[in-house]
Design a protein around this ligand. Sequence first.
Ligand code: GTP
Ligand code: ZN
Length: 189
Amino acid sequence: MMDETNQKKIEQAVKMILEAVGEDPNRDGLQETPARVARMYSQVFASVNAPAFDNYKLFPVEETTEMVLIKDIPFYSMCEHHLLPFFGQVHVAYIPDHKRVMGLSKIPRLIDYCAKRPNVQERMTVNIAKELNRILDPKGIAVSVSARHMCMEMRGVEKTGSQTESSYYTGQFKTDNELRREFLQRISG
Ligand SMILES: Nc1nc2c(ncn2[C@@H]2O[C@H](COP(=O)(O)OP(=O)(O)OP(=O)(O)O)[C@@H](O)[C@H]2O)c(=O)[nH]1
Ligand SMILES: [Zn+2]
Protein backbone atom coordinates (compact mmCIF):
# COMPACT_ATOMS: atom_id res chain seq x y z
CA MET A 1 0.00 0.00 0.00
CA MET A 2 1.23 3.45 -0.96
CA ASP A 3 2.09 5.84 1.89
CA GLU A 4 0.82 9.40 2.14
CA THR A 5 4.01 11.00 0.80
CA ASN A 6 3.82 8.93 -2.36
CA GLN A 7 0.09 9.59 -2.77
CA LYS A 8 0.88 13.32 -2.61
CA LYS A 9 3.63 12.85 -5.20
CA ILE A 10 1.16 11.30 -7.62
CA GLU A 11 -1.35 14.07 -6.96
CA GLN A 12 1.25 16.72 -7.80
CA ALA A 13 2.32 14.82 -10.92
CA VAL A 14 -1.26 14.42 -12.16
CA LYS A 15 -1.88 18.11 -11.60
CA MET A 16 1.20 18.90 -13.68
CA ILE A 17 0.08 16.54 -16.45
CA LEU A 18 -3.35 18.17 -16.53
CA GLU A 19 -1.72 21.60 -16.80
CA ALA A 20 0.70 20.38 -19.48
CA VAL A 21 -2.08 19.01 -21.68
CA GLY A 22 -3.78 22.40 -21.48
CA GLU A 23 -6.41 21.65 -18.87
CA ASP A 24 -7.33 23.72 -15.85
CA PRO A 25 -6.81 21.42 -12.84
CA ASN A 26 -8.92 23.78 -10.74
CA ARG A 27 -12.07 23.54 -12.79
CA ASP A 28 -15.01 21.79 -11.15
CA GLY A 29 -14.73 18.35 -12.70
CA LEU A 30 -10.98 18.05 -12.17
CA GLN A 31 -10.49 19.22 -8.61
CA GLU A 32 -10.62 15.78 -7.07
CA THR A 33 -9.00 14.01 -10.01
CA PRO A 34 -5.38 14.01 -8.76
CA ALA A 35 -6.44 12.37 -5.50
CA ARG A 36 -8.61 9.85 -7.37
CA VAL A 37 -5.76 8.94 -9.70
CA ALA A 38 -3.45 8.49 -6.71
CA ARG A 39 -5.93 6.08 -5.12
CA MET A 40 -6.36 4.29 -8.43
CA TYR A 41 -2.59 3.84 -8.87
CA SER A 42 -2.27 2.48 -5.40
CA GLN A 43 -4.78 -0.22 -6.46
CA VAL A 44 -3.47 -1.06 -9.92
CA PHE A 45 0.18 -1.01 -8.79
CA ALA A 46 -0.48 -2.65 -5.44
CA SER A 47 2.17 -5.33 -5.82
CA VAL A 48 5.13 -3.09 -6.65
CA ASN A 49 7.65 -3.77 -3.86
CA ALA A 50 5.12 -6.03 -2.16
CA PRO A 51 6.49 -8.94 -0.15
CA ALA A 52 6.51 -12.35 -1.87
CA PHE A 53 3.06 -13.83 -2.48
CA ASP A 54 2.19 -15.90 0.57
CA ASN A 55 -1.59 -15.81 0.66
CA TYR A 56 -2.16 -19.48 -0.10
CA LYS A 57 -2.83 -22.82 1.48
CA LEU A 58 -1.69 -26.18 0.25
CA PHE A 59 -3.89 -29.21 0.80
CA PRO A 60 -2.63 -32.75 0.98
CA VAL A 61 -4.29 -35.27 -1.35
CA GLU A 62 -3.99 -39.06 -1.24
CA GLU A 63 -3.38 -39.41 -4.94
CA THR A 64 -2.05 -36.82 -7.34
CA THR A 65 -4.30 -36.15 -10.28
CA GLU A 66 -3.39 -35.38 -13.82
CA MET A 67 -3.45 -31.80 -14.96
CA VAL A 68 -5.33 -29.28 -12.85
CA LEU A 69 -6.56 -26.62 -15.25
CA ILE A 70 -8.13 -23.26 -14.48
CA LYS A 71 -9.00 -21.33 -17.56
CA ASP A 72 -10.47 -17.96 -18.55
CA ILE A 73 -9.21 -16.14 -15.46
CA PRO A 74 -9.61 -12.43 -16.17
CA PHE A 75 -6.75 -10.05 -15.37
CA TYR A 76 -5.95 -6.35 -15.73
CA SER A 77 -2.44 -4.98 -15.89
CA MET A 78 -0.63 -1.85 -17.09
CA CYS A 79 1.91 -1.81 -19.87
CA GLU A 80 5.16 -0.39 -18.63
CA HIS A 81 5.87 1.51 -21.83
CA HIS A 82 2.76 3.69 -21.96
CA LEU A 83 1.06 3.06 -18.62
CA LEU A 84 -2.06 2.02 -20.48
CA PRO A 85 -4.06 -1.06 -19.55
CA PHE A 86 -3.66 -4.45 -21.08
CA PHE A 87 -6.16 -7.08 -20.05
CA GLY A 88 -7.56 -10.44 -20.98
CA GLN A 89 -7.54 -14.02 -19.77
CA VAL A 90 -5.01 -16.29 -18.20
CA HIS A 91 -5.18 -20.09 -18.46
CA VAL A 92 -3.10 -22.04 -15.97
CA ALA A 93 -2.47 -25.76 -15.68
CA TYR A 94 -0.18 -27.75 -13.43
CA ILE A 95 0.53 -31.38 -12.75
CA PRO A 96 0.59 -31.83 -8.98
CA ASP A 97 3.51 -33.45 -7.22
CA HIS A 98 4.27 -34.19 -3.56
CA LYS A 99 0.60 -35.09 -3.06
CA ARG A 100 -0.49 -31.51 -2.53
CA VAL A 101 -2.67 -29.05 -4.35
CA MET A 102 -3.29 -25.35 -3.94
CA GLY A 103 -6.55 -23.74 -2.83
CA LEU A 104 -8.24 -22.93 -6.14
CA SER A 105 -9.03 -19.29 -5.43
CA LYS A 106 -5.38 -18.61 -4.75
CA ILE A 107 -4.47 -19.02 -8.40
CA PRO A 108 -6.50 -15.98 -9.51
CA ARG A 109 -5.06 -14.15 -6.48
CA LEU A 110 -1.57 -15.05 -7.60
CA ILE A 111 -2.39 -13.78 -11.09
CA ASP A 112 -3.58 -10.46 -9.62
CA TYR A 113 -0.37 -10.27 -7.65
CA CYS A 114 1.63 -10.68 -10.87
CA ALA A 115 -0.60 -8.23 -12.78
CA LYS A 116 -0.70 -5.27 -10.41
CA ARG A 117 2.53 -3.62 -11.47
CA PRO A 118 3.98 -2.03 -14.60
CA ASN A 119 4.41 -5.01 -16.91
CA VAL A 120 5.07 -6.48 -20.27
CA GLN A 121 2.82 -9.41 -21.09
CA GLU A 122 5.70 -11.83 -21.61
CA ARG A 123 7.27 -11.12 -18.21
CA MET A 124 3.90 -11.43 -16.48
CA THR A 125 3.37 -14.81 -18.18
CA VAL A 126 6.73 -16.12 -16.93
CA ASN A 127 6.25 -14.64 -13.46
CA ILE A 128 2.97 -16.49 -12.96
CA ALA A 129 4.74 -19.77 -13.77
CA LYS A 130 7.70 -18.96 -11.53
CA GLU A 131 5.52 -18.14 -8.54
CA LEU A 132 3.53 -21.34 -9.02
CA ASN A 133 6.71 -23.30 -9.29
CA ARG A 134 8.06 -21.84 -6.07
CA ILE A 135 4.85 -22.59 -4.19
CA LEU A 136 3.91 -26.02 -5.59
CA ASP A 137 7.03 -27.45 -7.17
CA PRO A 138 4.76 -29.40 -9.54
CA LYS A 139 5.74 -31.80 -12.30
CA GLY A 140 4.86 -29.22 -14.91
CA ILE A 141 3.22 -25.84 -15.44
CA ALA A 142 1.53 -24.29 -18.46
CA VAL A 143 0.57 -20.63 -18.54
CA SER A 144 -1.16 -19.03 -21.49
CA VAL A 145 -2.13 -15.37 -21.60
CA SER A 146 -4.32 -13.72 -24.18
CA ALA A 147 -4.66 -9.94 -23.97
CA ARG A 148 -5.75 -6.71 -25.57
CA HIS A 149 -3.31 -3.84 -25.27
CA MET A 150 -4.83 -0.38 -25.13
CA CYS A 151 -1.51 1.08 -26.29
CA MET A 152 -2.01 -0.80 -29.57
CA GLU A 153 -5.68 0.08 -29.86
CA MET A 154 -6.43 3.62 -28.73
CA ARG A 155 -3.12 5.09 -29.92
CA GLY A 156 -0.03 4.10 -31.94
CA VAL A 157 -0.87 1.50 -34.59
CA GLU A 158 -4.57 1.62 -33.59
CA LYS A 159 -5.32 -2.04 -34.21
CA THR A 160 -8.63 -2.38 -32.45
CA GLY A 161 -9.44 -5.83 -31.14
CA SER A 162 -6.04 -7.39 -31.85
CA GLN A 163 -5.11 -10.11 -29.37
CA THR A 164 -1.62 -10.84 -28.10
CA GLU A 165 -0.98 -14.43 -27.03
CA SER A 166 1.93 -15.59 -24.91
CA SER A 167 2.70 -18.85 -23.19
CA TYR A 168 5.26 -20.49 -20.96
CA TYR A 169 5.77 -24.16 -20.15
CA THR A 170 7.85 -25.97 -17.59
CA GLY A 171 8.55 -29.63 -16.77
CA GLN A 172 6.29 -32.17 -18.42
CA PHE A 173 4.48 -29.49 -20.45
CA LYS A 174 7.81 -28.64 -22.02
CA THR A 175 8.89 -32.18 -22.79
CA ASP A 176 5.58 -33.90 -23.56
CA ASN A 177 4.07 -32.66 -26.83
CA GLU A 178 0.89 -34.66 -26.30
CA LEU A 179 0.27 -33.04 -22.91
CA ARG A 180 0.86 -29.58 -24.30
CA ARG A 181 -1.58 -30.32 -27.13
CA GLU A 182 -4.18 -31.42 -24.58
CA PHE A 183 -3.71 -28.18 -22.66
CA LEU A 184 -4.06 -26.09 -25.82
CA GLN A 185 -7.10 -28.04 -26.91
CA ARG A 186 -8.81 -27.67 -23.55
CA ILE A 187 -8.23 -23.93 -23.30
CA SER A 188 -9.51 -23.34 -26.81
CA GLY A 189 -12.75 -25.28 -26.23
N1 GTP B 1 6.61 -7.32 -26.21
C1 GTP B 1 5.75 -6.45 -25.68
N2 GTP B 1 5.67 -5.21 -26.19
C2 GTP B 1 4.77 -4.36 -25.65
C3 GTP B 1 3.95 -4.70 -24.59
N3 GTP B 1 3.17 -3.63 -24.30
C4 GTP B 1 3.52 -2.68 -25.17
N4 GTP B 1 4.50 -3.09 -25.99
C5 GTP B 1 5.21 -2.43 -27.09
O1 GTP B 1 6.27 -1.67 -26.63
C6 GTP B 1 6.76 -0.93 -27.72
C7 GTP B 1 7.32 0.40 -27.28
O2 GTP B 1 7.92 0.91 -28.45
P1 GTP B 1 8.43 2.39 -28.65
O3 GTP B 1 8.82 2.54 -30.08
O4 GTP B 1 9.44 2.73 -27.60
O5 GTP B 1 7.12 3.25 -28.31
P2 GTP B 1 6.12 4.02 -29.28
O6 GTP B 1 6.86 4.99 -30.09
O7 GTP B 1 5.02 4.56 -28.42
O8 GTP B 1 5.60 2.81 -30.20
P3 GTP B 1 4.20 2.58 -30.94
O9 GTP B 1 3.31 1.89 -29.96
O10 GTP B 1 4.51 1.71 -32.11
O11 GTP B 1 3.66 3.94 -31.32
C8 GTP B 1 5.59 -0.83 -28.71
O12 GTP B 1 5.90 -1.61 -29.83
C9 GTP B 1 4.44 -1.47 -27.92
O13 GTP B 1 3.51 -2.13 -28.77
C10 GTP B 1 4.07 -6.02 -24.06
O14 GTP B 1 3.39 -6.42 -23.12
N5 GTP B 1 4.97 -6.86 -24.63
ZN1 ZN C 1 2.22 -0.01 -24.22
